[in-house]
Design a protein around this ligand. Structure first.
Ligand code: SF4
Ligand code: SF4
Ligand code: SF4
Ligand code: SF4
Ligand code: SF4
Ligand code: SF4
Length: 673
């Protein structure tokens, strides 16, 4: 526990910020400052236009020396924004940086009470009084330094995860790249072309996949999932489940003494395998054997057995012969690795658009999703790149694209947010059918076209010029002609102000995206928060979009929110940079907000142990007594044990019971305590 300086007379300096007119526009700064001067323990109160500026911080530094201050209160914005700034100023003035308290009179006051200046001013006085009460009881705290393991982990090997892994590895950091699927590449490997440049997706992705596979600092762990996580920044112990693949790599075969053995990707086993099932990579539009690879460009080129469908007929073992690459008795294996930092890049799934039953997906053969369209139009897809109607194999001439399908939807079935890249890929799809099918007409039903990126608006103009028809209005329903299997798309054309019914051969739904299925389980293992929609929550949406509130864990790509490929790659590079900093520094300071056991009060009942979500508590024997011990490095300072302990034996540093009670008294008793 931090040293309590007994008999120290508190001398608090209060600084009230104007923030231009952000605060001063609705709060009477002078009145708050004069009020602060009347509070117990306040030695000086001052104000400034912008407290976070250099002159503003200098006021704090100089006042500490001049007024022999023991604590600082700044009434300004949210601590999330500038607490670190003012801690530095407090330290530069000669005080322990944790002798600082912030009163939020902007986000929690002036911004929400901008038309109630008198009430806002009174509320600001309350906030300052409460902060002074706590600041009067603050103590010196010493952050703990811990060494950082010189290794990182990236979870998810789509384009974001691969980029992050390559950047970390190129910076000389050993990087574990963990992917749940048998191959890397993610959703991008399922795309045909990318907007607005119309590059072939595989052509730009494959070299990256090869780089990842060959990089000496990347340990690629495909068909692997995160099973358990322990530890903290600098020292995460991550247990991985390596799912039983049933096929040995060259190295694994050699380790078993089969020199020259292992899978060489010849594909003979696939030819003889009698089990046929839907191919998930082709979204069920092509068959796949029980022993499989997704496509010829997979990395690594290594077959996998789906043990759920394998009938153990041994045909593959026989044909594999001397290569001895197949092990039908393979079991999941577990491995624990230590890493200093982690990047989550778990990507997205497509919203189950059949839940919007009015569009007929899965009821009508010729209603497909955009990802299915990608596979149908892709040269390596199930039809060799020939776009066909699923109902009869005919070439569609009139194709409707329904944008915002399940996005920007507040009906309760769908997602309220914009999925951000479906406008652009629908424009690309319109271009592709005009290019591939003579006389084809694409109809785009849209609410707005969001072409916000570099060269995106120009691409939009290009597709207009190529002859695509744009109809502004949300599609109400789609009805199938039972004879022709054509589809009637019913919508209101909001520009013409009348309902329309467009008969088309095929409908493509630009379905919303949602966090990948495993995202929630993975983020819980790493202690990362999520938004209401399940997207992983960044530490700050503007100032720290790659970080999370769990030190040492960073985000890359769509797992943080919908974004296109350029933004995903940019964020991955940012996350890799952020994740490499602690590793290059070699050690990090942990905030000293951990629990401390007051051993003389602890009855050793052990009831708090299972309450701790971070396994930071354990009973130990000390001088003949059983008492609780906190592992500081594991404790996240959540306060659960402190709030629970019936004997008051847990002291929460910086949020100690006397400090909290002083705040409550200051609030309830006003200036009369
Ligand atoms: Fe605005 Fe906060 Fe800076 Fe004050 S400290 S000027 S409230 S951002
Ligand atoms: Fe690999 Fe053997 Fe199958 Fe060839 S037959 S792809 S070596 S497992
Ligand atoms: Fe296919 Fe399984 Fe038979 Fe091999 S053992 S050929 S994977 S069904
Ligand atoms: Fe709708 Fe376009 Fe946003 Fe997708 S990107 S949700 S189609 S506005
Ligand atoms: Fe029991 Fe409190 Fe001690 Fe935990 S800290 S063992 S709850 S007395
Ligand atoms: Fe565990 Fe208590 Fe620390 Fe919370 S404050 S992490 S419950 S030891």
């Amino acid at each position: 526990m931090a040293e309590v300086k007994k008999n120290e007379e508190p001398r608090i300096g209060v600084f009230v910020c104007h923030c231009g007119t952000n605060i001063a526009g609705s709060i009477d700064i002078k009145a708050v400052m004069e009020y602060a001067k009347t509070l117990p323990n306040v030695a000086i109160a001052d104000d400034y236009q912008y407290m976070c500026s250099t002159p503003g911080q200098n006021k704090i530094v100089e006042a500490i020396e001049e007024h022999k201050l023991t604590g600082i209160v700044v009434a300004a914005c949210s601590p999330r924004l500038h607490e670190p700034t003012f801690r530095v100023a407090t330290r530069e003035g000669g005080l322990n940086p944790f002798r600082f308290e912030m009163a939020n009179i902007r986000e929690q006051n002036s911004w929400v009470h901008m038309h109630q200046p008198e009430e806002a001013t009174e509320k600001a006085k309350d906030s300052v009084r409460i902060a002074v009460a706590k600041a009067s009881l603050l103590e010196d705290l010493i952050p703990k330094s811990v060494p950082v393991e010189r290794a990182a982990m990236v979870v998810g090997a789509g384009i974001g995860g691969m980029q992050a892994a390559l950047d970390l590895a190129s910076a000389g950091i050993k990087t574990y790249l963990v992917e749940k699927n048998p191959t890397i590449g993610g959703k991008m490997s399922q795309l045909d072309k990318t907007f607005p440049t119309l590059d072939c997706s595989q052509c730009i992705l494959t070299p990256k996949m090869v780089d990842v596979f060959r990089h000496e600092n990347i340990e690629l762990l495909t068909y692997t999932e995160v099973e358990a996580v322990e530890g903290y920044i600098g020292n995460f112990d991550v247990t991985l489940r390596k799912k039983a693949r049933g096929v040995l790599t060259l190295e694994e075969a050699e380790a078993r003494g089969f020199v020259g053995g292992g899978c060489n990707g010849c594909g003979d086993c696939e030819d003889v395998c009698p089990v046929i099932r839907p191919n998930p990579f082709e979204l069920g539009m092509a068959p796949m054997k029980a022993i499989y690879i997704y496509h010829p460009q997979v990395s690594p080129l290594l077959y996998t057995i789906d043990f759920d469908s394998c009938v153990k007929c041994n045909l593959c073992v026989d044909i594999c012969g001397d290569k001895k690459a197949i092990d039908l008795n393979a079991k999941d294996e577990f491995e624990t690795v230590k890493v200093g930092t982690v990047i989550l890049a778990t990507g997205y799934d497509i919203f189950p658009i059949e839940e919007k039953f009015e569009w007929g997906y899965k009821n009508y053969d010729n209603v497909i999703t955009s990802l299915e369209f990608e596979r149908l139009i892709c040269a390596s897809g199930p039809t060799g790149g020939h776009l066909i109607r699923p109902s009869d194999g005919a070439t569609p001439k009139k194709v409707a694209f329904v944008l915002c399908a399940g996005s920007r939807d507040n009906t309760g079935v769908g997602k309220p947010y914009c999925s951000r890249f479906c406008c652009m890929y629908s424009l690309k799809h319109a271009h592709q059918i005009i290019e591939k099918i003579p006389d084809a007409v694409p109809y785009l039903f849209y609410m707005d076209i969001r072409s916000f990126g570099k060269m995106y608006e120009e691409f939009y103009y290009r597709i207009q010029d190529e002859g695509a028809k744009f109809i502004r209005g949300r599609v109400a329903n789609i009805l199938e002609d039972p004879v022709t299997k054509n589809l009637h798309v019913n919508a209101e054309d909001t520009l013409l102000g009348r309902p329309i019914d467009v008969e088309v051969d095929m409908v493509v739904l630009a379905a919303a995206v949602q966090p990948a299925a495993e995202t929630d389980a993975t983020r819980r293992l790493f202690g990362v928060s999520c938004s209401q929609d399940g997207w992983l929550l960044e530490a700050h949406p503007k100032l720290n979009p790659c970080g999370t509130t769990t030190a040492g864990v960073y985000l890359a790509g769509v797992c943080q929110g919908p974004k296109d490929i350029p933004d995903t790659v940019a964020q991955a590079e940012g996350a890799a940079s952020a994740a490499s900093i602690p590793i290059h520094l070699g050690e990090v300071e942990l905030e000293p907000y951990f629990a401390v056991c007051l051993e003389d009060k602890c009855a050793g009942c052990g009831m708090c142990i299972n309450l701790c979500p971070y396994q930071a508590l354990a009973l130990v024997e000390k001088e003949g007594r059983t008492v609780m011990q906190v592992t500081e490095a594991k404790c996240k300072g959540c306060g659960t044990c402190g709030g629970f302990c019936p004997g008051g034996a847990i002291w929460m540093q910086h949020f100690a019971t006397p400090q909290i009670i002083a705040q409550i008294d200051a609030f309830l008793l006003g200036g009369e305590q």
